[in-house]
Design a protein around this ligand. Sequence first.
Ligand code: DAH
Length: 351
Amino acid sequence: MSNSDALISRLHELQTEALDLVASAADASALEEARIAFLGRKEGRISLVLRELGRIDPSERAAVGAAANRVKGTVQAAIEDREGALAAVEAAGGVALDLTLPGRRPARGGAHPVAIVMEEIWEIFRDLGFTRARGPEAETEWTNFEALNTPLDHPAADEQDTLYLKRGGLLRSHTSPVQVRTMQAYEPPIRILAPGWVYRRDTYDPTHAPVFLQVEGLVVDEGITFVDFKATLAEFARRFWGPGTQTRFRPSFFPFTEPSAEVDVKRVIEHADGTVEETDWLEIMGAGMVDPAVLEACGIDSERYTGFAFGMGPARIAMLKYGISDLRIFFENDLRFLRQFGPDGRGGTPA
Ligand code: DAH
């Protein structure tokens, strides 16, 4: 390597060192020290290198001189930048404020998967003309059972199953009492959807929780038939689970409906590779034609009006929808689980 090449590479090393020192200078005096150490006329390290210029071939001096000027210029510019930054920190009361940094994005909270499902159910029934209704969580025996054609000696009303309150009344064991309150307060036509918490003396296990969400639906009007009932719930199922979804109404029993049915769906799942899978029949709700005795108990003329009702558990629907086998995960608030529901924009900031 010629002498001039050696000097130029030495200059570049000095530049690197100088820039490091300038960047870490914590205040104006440290910065001045760095300036003197590298750019000082007499003892500055860059000036000292230039003093060796006399020892190299005159034809190469110009190249070394030009390199030295570039390095000096770069170091000088860095010093000025740093001066500006330190002055800004001082102006901000000593707090480092870098206006070029991107803003900090506040973490966005997300909807819980059961809340997402609840909202999807609501939006479908809203589009079918339902309005939202609500009722109290502390209920009477009459609204929770008797008005719903369920005598108090029915097993559901047993203390084994229902949480009674010390001063009378109980925690509602289903959202069906909202049917009663709605029929008492409004004349038909009635078309409501009532979501809410319900309470049962159940052991906390993979499919039971002592408190959970239900959503109740009720339609009462002149001329409501079993066809309206089946068509409305089949339409709900197709909108919720997809157009290929089949529905099955399996005979069942509820004290407040006659006839009663359990509604099952058979889903068609299209996989990413194009294959199509049909699920087994999955039970999604209890339902039926409102028993005339219930209409009468609520002051509605059962000769003139008929209706249908249904009740389902959004957590159960969410388990079927997302393939979850233990509902306790819904209550644990584990962010690794909850954040998976983010991508649709309703579940918050993805991890
Ligand atoms: N109340 C029922 C339960 O808690 C669910 C239900 C079934 C609601 C049939 C209804 C219905 O309105 O018609 O299990």
